[in-house]
Design a protein around this ligand. Sequence first.
Ligand code: CTP
Ligand code: MG
Length: 404
Amino acid sequence: MGVVTITPVPRVGIIVVAAGSGTRLGAGAPKAFVGIDGHTILRHALTGVFAAPSAQVVVVAPAGREGDALTEALEAAPGRRDLVTVVAGGATRQASVAAGLAALWADVDIVLVHDAARALTPPEVFERVIASVDAGAAGAIPVQPVIDTLKRVADDRIIAAVDRSELSAAQTPQGFRRDVLDAAYAAATAEFTDDAALVAEAGHAVAAVPGHPLAFKITTADDLDRARHLLSEVPRGSAAAGLAREVVAPRVGMGTDVHAFGGEGALWLAGLEWPGEQALSGHSDGDAVAHAVVDALLAAAGLGDIGTHFGTDHPEYAGAHADVFLRRTLVLLGEAGWRVGNVSVQVQANRPRFAARRREAEAALSAALGGAPVSISATTTDGLGFTGAGEGVAAFAVALVVPA
Ligand code: CTP
Ligand code: MG
């Protein structure tokens, strides 16, 4: 009997506005489709979006370029076609956001609006904005301190100094309760420079959360040069961004895990429930395959191991299944500037038999890793050792991570 896995409908919708023409960049193509390195601005923006918590992603593309936008989305997140909606934008940014709003699923109750032009925005900024709205804010936007001394100038003369301590630069993604943003857009009669201004005009308080220097907007040719420079040097989001000089190569990591049979309830292994099989014991669900994969990924990225991030001092992971561990690992990797290349894992156990459910297990793990390929091999150990004696399961994983 097969196990039905129900993927929950995301509560978060991220509208990525990419329909602008890029007049100031002047690259001869709509800005979203201009290349930074081997990849376009839109592709980089979507890589960051998909590394954030699972959400419906609405890409607002220039009219006529919807197919190209979908291709970029599927390359940024292979296997996540189910989460992607593409619509055509309007003549202004505000009209483009409105087109995105109209395409949100009914279940979405938190909406983030993000400029594709902020192509290098790290996933942690999305997380902070979502957390603020989730905690009760009507809206939340990322801000950065203003560094330069500011003056009010008219006709080439300094009129006044401006107190910089009260000023912040607004970035995106800007997040809102869905009902608040829908109502503000329905009521808007003028053009606003950003969504926060429109929502503030409708009478709502908007919270500020820390933004990120990498969330800068690519507006001019100089900005594009800066993005190119950053991408050629270090994985985005890493603490060393802008400092290191060497090109970052892919990295491998390995992980192993062992769990003994004798847990309560059903067996969970490789992200699947195995009805009728003996359960494994462990702090979480005892899924040795998933835990070996997490260790391999963290080791590859140099981020410690499973105990560092998910140890017994994190009660929220008690009883958690593979997807919770893997999705969190993906976020940790994204924040450090890595994405998953591929994962290979071998299971040593007498039971369960993987042959009939190998593809299903690979698909489950791959989905939790944002679509990265996962291959599973399984073997018995000829009656030798604890796995041969049927006392437990061992798993060995190798993972490749590449700069995001
Ligand atoms: N945008 C949009 N629809 C528009 C105008 C802008 O979706 N009609 C999007 C852009 O694609 C961009 C974001 O809004 O991701 C911020 O706009 P901006 O940086 O001004 O981009 P462009 O309008 O493309 O650039 P320019 O103003 O230089 O023409
Ligand atoms: Mg513009």
